[in-house]
Write a protein that binds this ligand. Structure first.
Ligand code: SF4
Length: 351
């Protein structure tokens, strides 16, 4: 049996059942993949596990069952529904993309990789995945999981990210032009559940006999990587201001990190730790600020942020945005700010 056949055979028996996935037996019953649903799932799965993505996927489809609904939604509502997934540029791109699909493509996703690639937030991987899964196009779907599998099978000696092109070329030779969607999803499943970064389960792998790394016992040496540089640290503070059941929020600038999201008022984030006096000079007003004795730690892709939380009470009429504490789910608060609010609320003295 060819490598394609063994993988597809394994997928038929062992492949995951996911809410957005159309398995071969579903297709045999006439069920088709819906591009809007697949696109949402692919964007969400870039941010989190399939289990966590499932909850968000259901929530989005309940609120916005069609791409037209998402296109007409208010951006803040989308950011709010996305809250907790991180990397909010993806949520902003979801909205932009939905609008373009409606305005320029009559509400139908384009079928080719080239056209899909023109859409905001759709990269090589997503374009190839949508094209293969929804339209049966013979694409080469390569994500991080696939890179790991291919680098191990062929013992790719080049370090990442330089090895990406080489791995793509090797993956293209294996890809199945007849069942591209099933093949792509099979390979993703293999990477996610069998060929894991640590302790790959080679005994259950359909490609054990073809795998160079498995034969040599060097599976975890691939993909080859340079030793990781330490992530830099930035420091800052936020100010939690409460009056009865209202707190002070403000909106971040539209572009940039956490663009358009809500936040507590805060200081600039600096590479060197600031003194308490420096931090308090940046407070929205003078007050008898109470300082948290622990910092909030949040890991972004390019740096780690340590935030001190200061707490005070003030009158609501000074607030930039007055947010009801019991309805914070209605605000597009990133998890960093939710952590800060949760900490502040444990510390706030009784009025
Ligand atoms: S044999 Fe092991 S290392 Fe090789 S592809 Fe399968 S799970 Fe990965």
């Amino acid at each position: 049996m060819s490598m394609r056949s063994t993988l597809l055979h394994w997928y038929n028996k062992e492949g995951r059942t996911l809410p957005w996935r159309i398995r071969p037996e579903d297709r045999a019953n006439g069920i088709k993949a819906i591009p809007y649903e697949i696109w949402l799932s692919e964007i969400m799965c870039q941010q989190t596990t399939t289990t966590a993505a499932s909850a968000y996927w259901h929530k989005f489809l309940e609120k916005w069952p069609r791409v037209e609904d998402l296109a007409f939604a208010h951006r803040d509502e989308i950011l709010s529904a996305w809250a907790g997934l991180g990397y909010y540029a993806r949520a902003r791109n979801l909205h932009k993309c939905a609008k373009i699909i409606c305005q320029e493509y009559g509400g139908c996703f384009p079928k080719t990789e080239a056209e899909l690639l023109k859409l905001p937030g759709v990269g090589l991987y997503t374009a190839a995945a949508i094209s293969a899964i929804c339209f049966g196009a013979p694409t080469n779907v390569v994500d991080g999981n696939v890179e790991r599998v291919i680098s191990r099978i062929f013992c790719v000696k080049t370090e990442m990210p330089k090895a990406k092109l080489e791995i793509r070329q090797l993956a293209a030779k294996l890809a199945d032009p007849k069942q591209p969607g099933d093949y792509a999803q099979a390979l993703m499943d293999l990477g996610a559940h069998i060929c894991k970064p640590k302790n790959p389960n080679c005994v259950s792998c359909p490609w054990t006999t073809e795998c160079g790394a498995c034969e040599a016992g060097t599976m975890e040496d691939y993909p080859k990587r340079k030793p990781k540089a330490q992530r830099p640290v930035r420091y800052g503070a936020v100010f939690y201001i409460e009056d009865a059941d209202q707190i002070w929020l403000q909106q971040r600038p539209t572009e940039g990190l956490l663009g358009g999201m809500m936040e507590l008022p805060g200081t600039k984030w600096t590479t060197a730790k600031q003194t308490i006096e420096n931090l308090l000079e940046q407070a929205p007003f003078q007050s008898n600020w109470q300082q948290s004795n622990v910092e909030i730690k949040h890991v972004f892709s390019h740096f780690t942020l340590l935030l001190t939380v200061f707490i005070s009470r003030a009158r609501v009429d000074t607030f930039e945005i007055s947010a009801d504490l019991n309805k914070l789910d209605n605000y597009a608060l990133p998890s960093l700010m939710r952590k800060a609010i949760a900490l502040a609320r444990t510390l706030l003295p009784d009025p």
